[in-house]
Design a protein around this ligand. Structure first.
Ligand code: PMP
Length: 284
């Protein structure tokens, strides 16, 4: 059984308790982070903690724990659960108060929950075989750049993809693809440019996305951060997604039509390897 962290204590998962009045539960008034673990160490934890601070700031949520303290809890969970490969999930909500739309009084402590999940990240099947995606309208709220736990539409979209025999959905707003349900979306054009949506309130600033973008320029590969349409995706030679739990996964079909030759792309596979090398080099 796992040991989880709840508000300063390490407890067996079946003894962990959260109030029914927790604002994360009643209003999704909470933010989260997910950091990959390889070889019992954390991948790009500093970048995840920086984004955590940004999310907290955007929601005016106070978290009285330093980055050092958060890092120590991550590590303690890895040790207590003997986690070799997988992820650490962190969630902070605006705490507990009888249901009321206004924020709780100042000084109300946030709820902090962290737990581990064992999972194959390096040798995963989709990384080898690629995934299929469908497109769906992006019906999420207007601040998708904040990593909140308000993930209902992502769940509905993923379920709709599954119902249609696909693995995931790419979300389309005003004719342009914003991102995947839980990942950033990329295509490779016929002239070899790697294209991903530029950052705005419409999409999450993925940590993997930003690292992949940096690695592209370090390897003299051409990156275009801009809006792109479904029509352009249909003409792409390759496509892929990025996230902390997939790293880089090839996308081999879109709305039932193959992308390129319908197999994981050469550049995509190279990028996955480049990303893996990076991840193993920055473990902390
Ligand atoms: N977009 C969305 C909507 C996500 O939920 C995620 C993963 N949480 C990502 C992108 C990828 O972000 P990261 O690379 O930081 O995991």
């Amino acid at each position: 059984m796992r040991t989880v962290y709840v508000n300063g204590e390490y407890v067996p998962e079946n003894e962990a308790k959260i109030s029914v009045f927790d604002r994360g539960f009643t209003f999704a008034d909470a933010i989260y982070e997910v950091t990959a673990v390889l070889r019992g160490k954390l991948v790009d934890i500093d970048l995840h903690l920086a984004r955590l601070r940004r999310s907290l700031g955007e929601l005016a949520l106070d978290l009285p724990l330093s980055d050092e303290a958060l890092l120590a809890i991550h590590r303690e969970l890895i040790t207590r659960n003997q986690l070799e490969e997988g992820l650490i999930y962190l969630q902070v909500s605006r705490g507990v108060e009888d249901r009321n739309f206004h924020f709780p009084p100042e000084g109300t402590p946030p709820t902090v929950v962290m737990y581990s999940q064992a999972k194959k990240v390096i040798d995963s099947t989709p990384a080898v075989n690629g995934i299929s995606v469908i497109s769906l309208p992006d019906l999420r709220w207007g601040r998708c750049d904040i990593k909140t736990t308000q993930l209902l539409y992502a769940c509905l979209a993923k379920e709709q993809a599954k119902a249609q025999g696909a693995d995931d959905a790419w979300l389309v707003r005003e004719g342009q693809i914003t991102e995947g349900t839980s990942n950033n979306a990329f295509i490779v054009t016929r002239d070899g440019a790697v294209v991903t949506r530029d950052l705005s309130h419409a999409l999450l600033p993925g940590i993997t996305r930003s690292v992949v973008n940096t690695l592209l320029s370090e390897h003299d590969l051409r990156l275009e951060e801009r809006a792109w349409t479904l029509a352009e995706a249909e003409q792409a030679t390759e496509a892929f997604i990025t996230s902390s739990t997939s790293f880089v996964w090839p996308v081999i079909s879109l709305n039932g039509q193959p992308i390129g030759d319908g197999k994981p792309g050469v550049l995509t596979q190279r990028l996955r390897q480049i990303y893996l090398d990076h991840a193993l080099a920055v473990l902390k």
